[in-house]
Design a protein around this ligand. Structure first.
Ligand SMILES: [Fe+2]
Length: 239
């Protein structure tokens, strides 16, 4: 004989629902309504809400291809640096006392005078921090605690003809210092032909690949990345 309890158990297994069992025996002689089982639907599964991810900051804007008439390397690099091209901690130094010369100017390229035999065909010689402008000379260093073990040198430098529209841009890579890495197309030479590690690495000349067809008097855009201090852009007229 099927009892009321058996019925409720069967109902629960047939529907998958949770059936609250009233105290059937206790209610046998009471109002049937009071003993009606309440059928409770399974709770709707709640989709877990993923914690909001921090927004990825937008990359800094691409530099202008051609040299603007009102080009100001200091102002431009400060503005682009504040948009993420330069680490915030270093922006504080750049905006600090004598920051133009001691920090930002130290990362602006110039063409040193070097013996012709030190400059391979198809390359431009670049140093950072022109002392004739009052800028600190950029040091270079191997990986160590002073540079978050990242090293301190320009690990890539892109050179392109400074014109709008389609134009070739060559990137010279420097995976290590004072010797270039295996497979690097960038080269080093000391400004005096000696030791590039002398004077805290300030003798280092970066030899960067030049797009074909450029000649003295042409303007190039030089866009480089210092491992510890970020990206810097300037325009140079080939000497
Ligand atoms: Fe630097």
């Amino acid at each position: 004989m099927t009892t009321r309890r058996d019925f409720l158990v069967n109902l629960a297994s047939a529907t998958g629902a949770v059936v609250l069992m009233p105290a059937v025996t206790a209610c046998k002689n009471k109002d049937e309504k009071a003993a009606e089982p309440a059928v409770v639907a399974e709770p709707t599964p709640v989709t877990p809400v993923e914690p909001a991810k921090p927004a990825t900051p937008a990359p800094p804007p691409a530099p202008p291809s051609a040299r603007p008439d009102d080009w100001n390397a200091m102002a431009y690099n400060k503005e682009r640096g504040a948009l993420g091209a330069i680490p915030a901690a270093y922006m504080a130094d750049i905006n600090g006392p004598d920051g133009d010369n001691k920090h930002l100017g130290k990362h602006l390229p110039y063409q040193p005078k070097i013996e012709a035999k030190l400059l391979p065909e198809g390359y431009i010689a670049i140093m950072y921090g022109d002392p004739s402008l009052g800028h600190a000379k950029h040091p270079n260093a191997v990986k160590g605690p002073d540079n978050n073990n990242e090293g301190h040198w320009f690990n890539w430098i892109r050179v392109s003809r400074a014109v709008d529209g389609d134009r070739e841009e060559l990137q010279s890579a420097y995976a290590s210092w004072p010797e270039v890495g295996e497979g690097d197309n960038g080269k080093y030479v000391a400004v005096d032909g000696g030791d590039i590690t002398a004077d805290g690495g300030r003798n280092t000349v970066y030899l960067c690949a030049l797009p074909a067809g450029l000649k003295a008097g042409d303007t190039v855009r030089v866009w480089g990345h210092c491992l510890t201090h970020g990206e810097y852009v300037d325009f140079l007229t080939l000497g």
